[in-house]
Design a protein. Structure first.
Length: 250
């Protein structure tokens, strides 16, 4: 993915990593369209100089409507970053305490990206250079015990990304996977103040550096996430999982 000169749609970028990344990409000479559900947040973001589109990735019709809007207003769109995602603490001892949460996570974190990719993939194949950037997590590779559905959803996104990269290799569409570690955002209550999490500005700066210096990278991995990403390959998976869960504040 080139660092500049793109038209980028980022659904789920009204806060956290998505919004910070949207601003950083705009500063590097890209047109950036932020998608989100809440009108008041979109109005504030528009006032900051970003383009906006209302979208609810849990609603298939909303995805189709938003995609048509984006492509009508910004036909040069060539990058999709499937940022929308949710993370919840769950207790799987009793189904009444986790089933609704798990279903919601699957809808947002797996069906959402699938719907988005389906809405843009044909258009992207008409562009000379296009990128689908999925968003998984370090927890796709080593589990945090209190977030089982989130871990599983991100593992699914990892394998989806690997598979799509193979299928789309005969097209102009690149598939890149963003793999964040724990970052100081509001993804979970208290995470923004968690000393174990990576500061947001440091994370986005390192991501931008990787995009600029490694434009052909298949996986965007800051140094901090490699502890989780390569645990199994290093042979210290059990120790990594133990350390991860020992530091969990929940």
């Amino acid at each position: 993915m080139d660092i500049s000169g793109n038209t980028i749609f980022i659904p789920g970028a009204t806060s956290g990593i998505g919004l910070a990344l949207a601003h950083a990409l705009k500063e590097r000479g890209n047109t950036v369209i932020v998608g989100g559900r809440r009108t008041e947040l979109l109005e504030r973001i528009a006032a900051e100089g970003l383009e906006t589109v209302r979208i609810d990735t849990t609603d298939a019709d909303s995805v189709q409507t938003a995609a048509k809007d984006v492509l009508a207003r910004f036909p040069a769109t060539n990058v999709l970053i499937t940022m929308a995602g949710v993370m919840r603490v769950e207790d799987w001892h009793r189904p009444e305490s986790f089933l609704e949460s798990a279903e919601g996570i699957v809808t947002t974190n797996i069906l959402g990206p699938i719907r988005l990719i389906a809405a843009f993939v044909e258009h992207f194949q008409t562009r000379p250079d296009a990128t689908i950037m999925t968003v998984s997590s370090g927890l796709a590779f080593a589990p945090l015990k209190v977030t089982p559905s989130y871990n599983a959803s991100k593992a699914a996104i990892h394998m989806l990304s690997e598979s799509l990269r193979l299928q789309l290799a005969d097209t102009s569409v690149k598939v890149v996977e963003l793999e964040p570690p724990s970052v100081q955002t509001d993804l979970l209550p208290g995470q923004a103040e968690n000393d174990h999490a990576m500061p947001l500005d440091e994370y986005v700066a390192e991501v931008m550096n990787i995009i600029e210096t490694q434009p052909d990278a298949h996986e965007i991995q800051v140094e901090r996430v490699k502890f989780l990403r390569y645990a199994e390959a290093r042979g210290d998976y059990e120790q990594v999982v133990a350390a991860l869960n020992a530091s969990d504040p929940h």
